[in-house]
Design a protein around this ligand. Structure first.
Ligand SMILES: Cc1cc2nc3c(=O)[nH]c(=O)nc-3n(C[C@H](O)[C@H](O)[C@H](O)COP(=O)(O)OP(=O)(O)OC[C@H]3O[C@@H](n4cnc5c(N)ncnc54)[C@H](O)[C@@H]3O)c2cc1C
Length: 382
């Protein structure tokens, strides 16, 4: 598919350099990382050294002060290699923006420079064993005791959970708030804080190299200076920042869909059956034509959405639409591309097999697609 309209020669150069770096430093090691079930910290540090971590952060805090369009390119290129790299996009475009938007000057000076270098890896912990979609119902508490909050509770499915040394945690600072969401705050908890422990690394269907973990807080004393923004505003902050998170998931799903189509076009041209190339069968051509059309539709929608988001417009309904439609499109494309690969598509040495395992979770995280449809319906007036 073609490039976005907003891409200047600077963006093109940025993409080209990043793609070369990822080919040498990620693609060749990726299968091993999947077997090891971890991405080495050294890779994060290299990303940091080259300016690929949080390039949007203001220069005074060590970043490059670039806009989200460069983040889009990073998301796309990482996803082109594989979905296990989503933790980088989560750090860049999802967690660090909370600190940038709601952190005080002191908090930004304290945390942002290390987020840019990769010395600090971040995570966001909203989901708990008992609640995911119903976010207002979280049970982790942070009760004020002098100059500290005492945090108790458990989080699960946390991306970057193992590597993260700085976690933005959604907590109830007022468990008795009449409107449950008004009792929620965001607190930054650093690794090494007594009472904060990491659980096991969770075994997933796909994205094997991506670390996803449980986090535990047991009488964990967190200084009040680690409160992000105001007490009781945590839910509002999450609703604001979830828009970019959902957009990032749609961008990744679109990139994966394009990659799967490219892989499959190459494969069907090279594979022979009944004395012809698989690509000569009308069924193959129609399937490819259908997928290419849907990919083009997704790209056009995303392009306008990214532009509106960068311009600061309200994109809540459209982001929900994009997250739902583009991730489901990618899931359908994964199944169809696997089918067109025949038996080889089911073999681990073919990338489409890995894609088939990795893609479905995009319909689940960052708010399930059912939640996306609830938002769309509500905003339509139902
Ligand atoms: C690999 C992975 C990484 C993740 N990373 C993170 C992370 O970094 N940080 C974090 O906080 N969380 C993370 N999550 C959690 C993720 O956001 C949640 O799993 C998701 O929001 C769904 O919550 P749940 O699993 O509790 O499902 P539930 O809320 O229990 O939902 C189960 C099913 O019921 C449906 N459902 C729920 N409510 C309704 C309703 N009102 N109407 C119709 N259907 C409904 C859902 O759509 C879903 O199909 C991650 C999850 C995974 C799998």
């Amino acid at each position: 598919m073609g490039k976005y309209k907003f891409e200047s020669t600077e963006h093109e150069l940025f993409r080209k350099t990043l793609r070369k770096f990822l080919a040498e430093e990620a693609e060749v090691h990726y299968d091993q990382w999947e077997k090891d079930h971890l991405i080495p910290l050294a890779f994060w540090h290299k990303l940091g050294q080259l300016g690929y971590l949080c390039p949007q952060v203001e220069e005074e805090y060590g970043g490059l002060g670039l806009d989200f369009s460069f983040g889009v390119i990073i998301q796309e290129e990482l996803e082109r290699v594989g979905s296990s790299l989503i933790g980088v996009g989560l750090h860049n475009d999802i967690v660090v923006p909370y600190i940038e938007a709601y952190g005080s000057a002191a908090q930004k000076s304290r945390w942002l420079p290390q987020c840019v270098t990769g010395e600090t890896i971040t995570a966001i912990a909203m989901t708990e064993p008992g609640t995911g979609s119903d976010l207002a119902n979280i049970q982790t508490t942070a009760i004020r005791d002098g100059n500290h909050y005492i945090v108790n509770g458990q989080k699960t499915f946390i991306t970057n959970g193992i590597h993260a040394n700085l976690v933005v945690v959604a907590v109830k600072t007022n468990p008795y708030a009449e409107k449950k969401h008004r009792g929620i705050s965001l607190i930054v908890i650093e690794e090494g804080t007594p009472g904060f422990t990491k659980g096991r690394k969770l075994e997933k269907v796909g994205m094997h190299a991506q670390d996803t973990a449980e986090l535990f807080f047991e009488d964990c004393r967190v200084p009040v200076e680690n409160l992000l923004g105001e007490e009781g505003k945590g839910f509002t902050y999450m609703m604001e920042k979830l828009q970019q998170e959902r957009l990032a998931v749609a961008i990744a799903a679109q990139s994966a869909a394009e990659d799967m189509l490219n892989l499959t076009v190459d494969y069907v041209k090279s594979r022979q059956a009944f004395g012809k190339s698989i690509s000569d069968f009308q069924n193959t051509q129609f399937k490819i034509a259908e997928m290419a059309t849907k990919i083009e539709l997704g790209k056009t929608f995303l392009e306008s959405l990214i532009e509106e988001h960068i311009a600061g417009q309200d994109v809540v309904t459209k982001v929900s639409m994009a997250k739902y439609w583009i991730t489901e499109n990618a899931r359908d494309i994964a199944a169809q591309c696997m089918q067109l690969h025949g038996g080889y598509g089911y073999m681990e040495e073919y990338k489409i097999a890995r894609r088939y395992r990795d893609i479905p979770v995009m319909s689940i995280y960052a708010g399930t697609n059912e939640v996306m449809k609830m938002i769309i319906a509500k905003n339509i007036g139902l």
